[in-house]
Design a protein around this ligand. Structure first.
Ligand SMILES: [Ca+2]
Ligand SMILES: [Ca+2]
Ligand SMILES: [Ca+2]
Ligand SMILES: [Ca+2]
Length: 466
């Protein structure tokens, strides 16, 4: 049984399916799935569920119960800000404007840390169409956002950011980030208010977007009046204390910026290899980084720090790190000090979020050597200035273990997998459908297949505070 509205042309915008239900043979079924629909003419189509096995003369009975008055659904919204778009008009379509037209975002008032901002707006959904509301906002300082929303029609609502590390979104960009949020269920308390509280940090003075979109495409025209929504956003500034307090060793690299050429500690990222002297365990070190644009190219300050692991016993290292910016830390093994970049091997990869408490990470089991050494490569994950909120602090400690850790003893025969990715820019040879040119490893049933695991991992997946 299918419940239609409109005329007989499926391409006509007034043609739509309101509900469908499947009856069981010889068993009465009460279909309760017809949603609240506006008044009008509807059709009911009845057809067999199967294409064969239903003889002519098979009867059915169908009873349409008396219409039940839908519950009136009205939310209460006390606005700090009221959407400027009257219901049915189109003044905040975001990037969805005709070619050549500038995008139209409705700017939200300034958000203040700890002060909820309630937006009252309307969004309709009718005849294969729906109202999208796009707002824009900036934060005075980096911070986290929580929000809740309720509505008289099912909606979803999320901030929108660009690709990368909470970069600004761009109408021409191919990737936008947003949060997978639930749809409201109007008039069904207590589930009718959706609360969202991610711990991700948004950047300061960056124009982000906020979108509200109806879940449905029918049954909520402006004329029915059940089109209101409430969205309450709370911004909390992330405090960022001076991470380099206490007793520290300084990096002493000159400040980065236009014209700067790193001959200090740029490691394999510089024309000439240079690295900080071997660090002393237990002491804390303070470094500075930054990004800048030169000749339309974004450049970064890379800092390479040397770690010499001496003795005869395998060890793990504990690295304690905190940073004022989103920081990438990579651990390399430099097997040939005379040719450090050609023979480097990336062992691990971490990302630390800005202004979070110091985190400990533990390396894999490392082999000591009097000649080969390990190196930390530190750089910003996103764009940061060279002169503020650009500091990081770390200490490296040797972990004593009894018995000592052992290196992986599994011996794999030469397998068809490509080498573990020493560099994320290396070509992947078996990324399957994740690659632009799909490529697969051959796999033979009955044989063992070996391959090194991918080396990278992101610390914030595991340790981000809830
Ligand atoms: Ca609207
Ligand atoms: Ca709109
Ligand atoms: Ca530096
Ligand atoms: Ca540097």
């Amino acid at each position: 049984m299918i419940f239609h509205s409109g005329d007989c042309d499926p391409n006509d915008p007034t043609y739509w399916t309101a509900a469908s239900a499947t009856g069981a043979e010889c068993t009465p079924v009460t279909a309760t799935t017809v949603p609240c629909v506006p008044g009008g003419v509807y059709w009911v189509v009845v057809r067999p569920q199967y294409f064969s096995g239903v003889p002519c003369g098979a009867d059915y009975s169908l009873t349409l119960a008396n219409p039940i008055q839908c519950p009136q659904c009205h939310i209460t919204c006390v606005p700090d800000y009221t959407e400027q778009e009257p219901c049915g008009e189109n003044t905040n379509p975001g990037c969805g404007v005709p070619p050549g037209m500038p995008p139209q975002f409705e700017p939200l008032p300034a958000l203040q840390s700890g002060v909820p901002l309630t937006i009252c707006g309307t969004a309709w959904a009718s005849n294969w169409g729906r109202d999208l509301d796009w707002y824009s906002f900036t934060l005075p300082a980096r911070g986290v956002l929580t929000w809740e929303y309720e509505s008289e029609l099912p909606i979803r609502s999320t901030p929108v950011f660009g690709s990368g590390n909470f970069d600004p979104p761009d109408c021409n960009g191919s990737m936008c980030g947003y949060f997978g949020v639930a749809a409201t269920t109007p008039c069904e308390p207590p589930g009718d208010i959706v609360h969202v509280a991610p711990t991700d940090v948004f950047r300061a003075n960056t124009t982000y977007w906020w979108v509200v979109w109806p879940e449905a495409e029918h049954a909520y025209p402006c004329s029915e009046g059940e089109v209101d929504y409430r969205l309450t956003i709370t911004y909390t500034q992330v405090e960022c204390p001076d991470v380099c307090g206490g007793q520290i060793y300084e990096e002493y690299e000159p400040s980065c910026g236009p014209g700067y050429v790193d001959t200090f500690n740029g490691g394999c990222d510089a024309a000439t290899f240079a690295i900080q002297p071997a660090i002393a365990y237990v002491y804390s070190y303070c470094g500075r980084s930054g990004t800048w644009v030169e000749d339309n190219v974004t450049k970064r300050d890379y800092d390479w720090w040397k770690i010499q692991l001496t003795g005869t016993v395998n060890k793990r290292l504990r690295i304690n790190m905190r940073s004022e910016f989103d920081l990438i830390l990579e651990l390399y093994k430099i097997t040939d000090p005379n040719n450090p970049c050609a023979a480097r091997q990336r062992l691990d990869y971490y990302e630390f979020l800005a202004c979070e408490p110091a985190l400990n990470i533990y390396t894999r089991c490392l082999q000591p050597s009097s000649t080969a050494y390990y190196a930390l490569r530190v750089y910003p994950a996103g764009s940061i200035p060279c002169d503020q909120l650009n500091t990081y602090k770390f200490a490296v400690m040797v972990e004593s273990e009894t018995p000592p850790c052992t290196l992986c003893a599994v011996t794999c025969s030469a397998g068809p997998d490509d080498p573990c990715q020493d560099d994320p820019n290396d070509p992947e040879t078996n990324a399957g459908c994740d690659a632009l040119t799909p490529a697969f490893m051959p796999f033979q049933v009955g044989n063992n297949t070996y391959g090194p695991l991918y080396c990278g991992r992101t610390s914030n997946v595991e340790v981000r505070p809830q």
